[in-house]
Design a binder for this molecule. Sequence first.
Ligand code: SF4
Length: 275
Amino acid sequence: MSQLGTLESGSRHDLHVGMSPDAPDEDHLSEEEGLFGYAHSYETSSRYDGPGLRIVLFLSGCLLRCTYCHNPDTWHLKDGTYVSIEQVIKRLADFAPALRSLGGGLTISGGEPMVQLPFTRRILAAAKDMGLHTAIETSGFLGDRADERFLSVLDLVLLDIKSGDPDTYKRATSRDLAPTLRFAERLAATNKPVWIRFTLVPGLTDDPDNVEKIAKFVAPMKNVEWVEVQPFHQLGSFKWKAMGLEYKEANTTSPTPELRKRVIEQFQAAGCRAR
Ligand code: SF4
């Protein structure tokens, strides 16, 4: 059993490793009550991760291995800080009045928030009780875990579709695309608001055919409010080095404004509201 630590404010770009060496593997987590969990950090004033001003909580644990991940220190539970649900709710309550008055809320990101689904659900439910708008950022890979109880405390899903072509998806993430598409279809069937996020990585995800597959899949979905094209950046490269990981994107550059424009226009041409 890990020792309780302190939930740290900071930045998603801070390196956190080895905080809970006794934590279970992320794919063997059996915490069903959600009374405790593993967290990387939280940011208090994001304007990018949902509507209004957001507090963003980064939870540990992810089963994907994106070659361009800027937070590899969120992959393993053992790198996160072991915290109780009370600690998280108390911290959230400190910010709730300001978030409410600014029309904002809570976004839980990671890592992957559905690795620790009961813990994530409890936090979202507490945020709803405080009158906050709630969101998660997810790859959707574990979408089959999201039951009605979980979806009922979620106002918005920021769904990362990392590629439209299954082979490219596998090359980029080491996992299969199908569970993400299945989750997107479920969200569409229940009209749950969604912002699709697509990370534009030159030489990996920028192929017009790869983009077109996502655009055509998403365009008919009335619940999708935005498609956001996010440029790859190198802000996380130091983490790969510090953690002794082989970083395949070491020489990849950020997309040019022209390339980003081409991709946004490709989504728009398919009928998506893209930015
Ligand atoms: S899903 Fe997110 S946290 Fe997980 S490996 Fe990919 S970019 Fe990193």
